[in-house]
Design a protein around this ligand. Structure first.
Ligand code: SF4
Length: 194
């Protein structure tokens, strides 16, 4: 029943997405990432740890970050404690997840092609989510990135800022430790409008 409810919400949210500005003027607003997270959570949790990844955007790294950049792996966090990315990297290593910090959305798409990633949790601002929904095929089986489908969980960053951003780190840790179901409970996902 919950799965059917989440599926209905998911389909409605993406169907009405092109007219969301009009709906907002009527007082109807919804968070598309929470709805998508709720729908994908069971599939996300079924993917083995080794094929799951945390892919963080570069806007979350510390100002004094000395990490090198690799064309293949992105920003190579050294776990220096100048920001919380290092803590997440350590947790990923403990739990057998992959961990990346990506400089751009296009880099993330290429990363997914190269690596064995079937599910990914990442952070994104409203602007990137909006752009992603418009430009990327999003299906009931996952987000299609060229030849691959990835089951996503998205955590909204606290602001639209490419340099100094933040995220709900506790929520991210909870997803790694307890699975994606925790993320939906945290965001209060229930069967309601649209
Ligand atoms: S913890 Fe990692 S990402 Fe953060 S500042 Fe240090 S090296 Fe850079």
């Amino acid at each position: 029943m919950t799965r059917d409810c989440n599926r209905l919400k998911f389909l409605s949210a993406f169907f009405f997405f092109p007219i969301r500005s009009f709906l907002a003027r009527l007082g109807i607003r919804y968070d598309i990432s929470s709805i998508a997270n709720a729908y994908y959570q069971e599939d996300f949790d079924r993917i083995p740890a080794g094929e799951k990844a945390v892919v963080l955007p570069h806007c979350l790294i510390g100002e004094e970050c000395k990490a090198r950049f690799s064309k293949a792996e992105g920003i190579l966090c050294m776990k220096c404690k100048n920001c919380r990315c290092g803590e997440i990297r350590i947790l990923c290593e403990e739990k057998g997840w992959q961990f990346y910090i990506s400089p751009s959305t296009n880099f993330t798409k290429r990363l997914v092609q190269r690596k064995q990633i079937r599910a990914a949790v990442g952070g994104a601002c409203d602007f990137e989510i909006d752009k992603g929904v418009r430009s990327t095929p999003i299906t009931l089986k996952g987000v299609r990135l060229k030849k691959k489908k990835v089951i996503p969980q998205v955590i909204l960053t606290t602001r639209y800022d490419c340099l100094h951003n933040d995220i709900d780190w506790d929520l991210l840790k909870r997803i790694i430790l307890k699975g994606a179901r925790g993320a939906v409970e945290w965001s209060g996902g229930r069967c309601a409008e649209p």
